[in-house]
Write a protein that binds this ligand. Structure first.
Ligand SMILES: Cc1cc2nc3c(=O)[nH]c(=O)nc-3n(C[C@H](O)[C@H](O)[C@H](O)COP(=O)(O)OP(=O)(O)OC[C@H]3O[C@@H](n4cnc5c(N)ncnc54)[C@H](O)[C@@H]3O)c2cc1C
Length: 617
C-alpha cells in the first residue's frame, strides 16, 4: 500500500531534510511530509551556513554522510574563516549561500531518491496504536508509519509579530501548524514558548555600498564537503559589506519602547540570548550606540539584502525610520519587514540521546521544535534522529555521539539533560574539549561513528584513505629528529624556525610558539619529497601543536566528572568575583546543592566549572 512507510518525517526544514537524506541511505521506505508553502531546507533567517562552533557541526554532519555541507558548497557565494587570528580550535568556516539555489538543490537531491516519497501537505494529527503511527493530513488522507520524526521548527502554534500586527504563522507567508498537543497528545511542552526574530529585507538597488567596508570571499577557506576539492567554488563569489548603527538609530529605537512587542508584553516567548534583536541590544547596552551590521545578499539573482544585526519586531514605520539612519542605507527601501515568531517547544528532558521520546517509543524529535536556534543545530539533530529511527528498524543499538569528541554530542547531551528556559545555540565554549573538537580533525573524530552506519560509499573510501595518510604522517613526525649542525642552523635562520643549539625532535619544532605548525609541516614534507594533501598536513600539524593541552583538558574533565557528588554552597558562589554575572543569575535561580547539579545548569560555562572545581570544593 502506497501510504505505508517505515519512517515518516514531518517537516522539511534543515532537520527534516537531513533526517530524510540519511534514512534513505538504508533499505527503508521513507516519507517526508512538509507544508506546500515552504520550500525544503529553506532559510527563513540569514542565508549563511556555519559560523563559530556551527562550522564544526556542518563538517560533523558531512562526515556522517549528511547533506548540509554538499548544499552549502553548491550554493556558497561568499566563504570566510571566522576567528582566523585566534587559535585553530576556535576557527570556523562560514558560508554565505544563495538561498534560492540552496533550497533548489535540496529539492533536487532529495527528489532523486527512489525510496523517499515527498508529500507537500500540512499534517493535522499523529496517533499511535500498538507499534504503528497514524498520520492525518489536512485533506484527511491517512499515512501509516513504524517510526515518526517530528521536525516542525517554528510552526507549532506559530504567531508572528510586527509592532501591533499579530497573525498566526510559522514564518512570513507561511501558515501556522496546529499546536504540539493537538498534533500529538501526551507530549510535554515547555511552559514558556520560545521566540525568534528576523530583520527587514532591503532592496539591493537602494543601498550605497560605497560607504561601507567590503568583506570579500576568502579563496583560502575550505569547502565543507570532504569529497569536494578544498578551494573550488561552484557559484559566482560576491562580497558582503559592513556598516553600523549610530546614536540616531538607537535613539529612534529607544523612543519607541512602548510600541515594541518584546517590551510592551505582547510577546511572552523567550528569545535567543546570543542572537538578540536590535531593540534588545538598545535596552541591554544603554551606553552603546554602535552595533555592527553585515549587509548580506540573499542570492545572486534575488533582490533582497539581509542586514545581519538588526533583527526586529518593531512596527513597520519605526523599522523604516531607523534603517534610513544607517550609513549607506539612507535611501534603503524595505521589501519585507522584520518580525518575530513565537512557537511551542518540546521538553527535551523527555528525549533520549537517540532523540527518541522516552515514553512513546518510535517517536523522534529534531530541530528548532527541540528549543534550539540555527540551521546547523537543526541539521545535526536531524541526522541523528534519522540514523536512530533507521537503526531501531534494523534492531541495531542507537548511535550516540559523545560530547568529548563532537559538537553534535555536546548539543544533544545539553538538550536531553536540561530543561530549556531559552533557545539553545552552539558555540565553542559549550565544549569542555574544544581544543580537540576542531574542524581540521573532523574525519579523525567522526570516522568511528560513520563506520557504525555500515555503509560503504565513496565517502567511506575517502575517509579510510585520509586516516591512513594521517597515521603515516604522524609516524613520520613522531620518529623524526633534527640534528644541530651548521647547515640545519642556517636553514632554521632562513625560515625563522628559532634557535637550534641542540638536537630537537621534529614535534618540538612544530610546537614552537613562533611557528605556524601547518606552514612548517607543509614545507618540510615537500622539501623531503613526501607528498600529503594539505588537509592531512593540517590535521597532523594542529594535533601535534595541541597535544599537551588536550591531554591536560582530558585530565581536567575526568576530574570534573569525579567531583560531581561534592556538596556546594551556592550562596557563596553568587558572591564570587570570578563567576560571570550571567552564570550567577542562573545559579541564583536553580540553587544547586552539588557540583553535578551546577554542571547541568544551562549556560554554566566550562570556565566557571573549572574555577569552582579548582578553588571552591
Ligand atoms: C523569523 C525567524 C527568525 C530566525 N532567526 C534565527 C536567528 O536569528 N538565528 C538562528 O540561528 N536561527 C534563526 N532562525 C531559525 C532557523 O530558521 C531555524 O533554526 C531552522 O530553520 C530550524 O530548522 P528546522 O528544520 O528545525 O525547522 P524549519 O526550518 O522551521 O522547518 C520546519 C518545516 O516543517 C514544516 N512543518 C511545520 N509544521 C508542519 C505540519 N504540521 N505539517 C507539515 N509540515 C510542517 C514547515 O513547513 C517547515 O518546512 C529563525 C527562524 C525564523 C522563522
Amino acid at each position: 500500500m502506497i501510504n505505508n512507510f517505515d519512517i515518516l518525517i514531518i517537516g522539511g526544514g534543515h532537520a527534516g531534510a537531513e533526517a530524510a537524506w540519511i534514512s534513505s541511505q538504508f533499505d527503508l521506505k521513507i516519507a517526508l511530509i512538509s507544508s506546500p508553502n515552504a520550500s525544503l531546507a529553506s532559510a527563513p533567517c540569514n542565508p549563511a551556513i556555519g559560523g563559530v562552533g556551527k562550522g564544526q557541526v556542518v563538517r560533523e554532519i558531512d562526515a556522517l554522510g549528511g547533506l548540509m555541507g554538499i548544499l552549502a558548497d553548491k550554493a556558497g557565494i561568499q566563504f570566510r574563516t571566522l576567528n582566523e587570528s585566534k587559535g585553530f580550535a576556535v576557527q570556523s568556516t562560514r558560508v554565505q549561500v544563495d538561498k534560492d539555489l540552496y533550497t533548489k538543490n535540496a529539492e533536487a537531491l532529495l527528489g532523486q531518491l527512489d525510496n523517499l516519497t515527498i508529500i507537500r501537505k500540512m499534517v493535522l494529527n499523529v496517533a499511535k496504536d500498538d507499534d504503528t503511527f497514524f498520520v492525518t493530513t489536512v485533506d484527511n488522507n491517512k499515512y501509516i508509519a513504524k517510526k515518526i520524526i517530528v521536525t516542525t521548527g517554528t510552526f507549532l502554534n506559530g504567531k508572528l509579530h510586527t509592532g501591533e500586527d499579530q497573525k498566526a504563522g510559522g514564518r512570513v507567508d507561511c501558515e501556522k501548524s496546529v499546536g504540539l498537543n493537538d498534533l500529538f497528545q501526551d507530549i510535554k511542552t515547555l511552559p514558556n514558548r520560545f521566540k525568534t526574530g528576523t530583520p527587514p529585507r532591503l532592496d539591493k538597488k537602494t543601498i550605497d555600498y560605497s560607504k561601507m567596508d567590503p568583506q570579500d570571499s576568502d579563496p583560502e577557506t575550505r569547502n565543507f564537503h570532504a569529497l569536494n576539492a578544498p578551494f573550488t567554488r561552484e557559484s559566482t563569489q560576491v562580497s558582503c559589506y559592513l556598516t553600523k548603527t549610530n546614536a540616531q538609530t538607537l535613539s529612534i529605537i529607544r523612543s519607541n519602547k512602548d510600541r515594541s512587542p518584546i517590551f510592551n508584553g505582547q510577546i511572552k516567548g523567550v528569545g535567543p540570548r546570543y542572537c538578540p534583536s536590535i531593540e534588545d541590544k538598545a535596552f541591554r547596552y544603554t551606553e552603546k550606540d554602535v552595533h555592527h551590521i553585515f549587509i548580506e545578499p540573499e542570492g545572486l539573482n534575488l533582490e533582497t539584502i539581509y542586514p545581519n544585526g538588526v533583527s526586529t519586531s518593531l512596527p513597520k514605520d519605526v523599522q523604516e525610520s531607523f534603517v534610513q539612519t544607517i550609513l549607506g542605507l539612507e535611501s534603503a527601501k524595505i521589501l519585507i519587514h522584520g518580525y518575530a515568531v513565537e512557537y511551542d517547544v518540546v521538553d527535551t528532558s523527555q528525549l533520549s540521546k537517540a532523540m527518541e521520546y522516552n515514553s512513546i517509543p518510535g517517536l523522534y524529535f529534531a530541530g528548532q521544535v527541540c528549543g534550539t536556534s540555527g540551521y546547523e543545530e537543526a541539521a545535526g539533530q536531524g541526522i541523528i534522529a534519522g540514523i536512530n529511527a533507521s537503526f531501531a528498524l534494523m534492531n541495531r543499538e542507537p548511535l550516540v555521539l559523545d560530547r568529548t569528541d563532537s559538537y553534535i554530542g555536546v548539543m544533544i547531551e545539553d538538550l536531553v539533560t536540561n530543561k530549556r528556559d531559552e533557545p539553545y545555540r552552539l558555540f565553542t565554549a559549550r565544549s569542555e574539549n574544544r581544543l580537540y573538537v576542531r574542524e581540521d580533525n573532523t574525519i579523525s573524530r567522526m570516522r568511528k561513528y560513520r563506520r557504525e552506519l555500515g555503509l560503504f560509499t565513496r565517502l567511506d573510501l575517502f575517509q579510510e584513505d585520509f586516516l591512513e595518510e594521517v597515521e603515516l604522517l604522524k609516524k613520520l613526525v613522531d620518529s623524526t629528529m633534527i640534528y644541530s649542525n651548521e647547515e640545519t642552523k642556517k636553514y632554521f635562520i632562513v625560515h625563522n624556525y628559532g634557535p637550534l643549539d641542540i638536537n630537537i625532535s621534529f614535534k618540538e619544532l612544530l610546537k614552537r610558539p613562533e611557528n605556524s605548525p601547518v606552514v612548517v609541516l607543509d614545507r618540510e614534507t615537500k622539501r623531503f619529497g613526501v607528498c600529503f594533501s594539505i588537509d592531512v598536513v593540517r590535521t597532523v600539524a594542529i594535533s601535534v601543536k595541541y597535544e599537551g593541552y588536550i591531554d591536560r583538558a582530558i585530565i581536567e574533565s575526568e576530574k570534573i566528572n569525579r567531583l560531581g557528588k561534592k556538596k556546594l554552597n551556592w550562596e557563596s558562589l553568587v558572591e564570587s568575583k570570578n563567576i560571570s554575572f550571567e552564570c550567577k543569575l542562573r545559579i541564583k535561580t536553580i540553587k544547586p546543592e552539588t557540583f553535578a547539579q551546577l554542571q547541568r545548569i544551562e549556560g554554566i560555562r566550562p570556565a566557571t566549572l573549572a574555577y569552582v572545581a579548582g578553588n571552591i570544593i
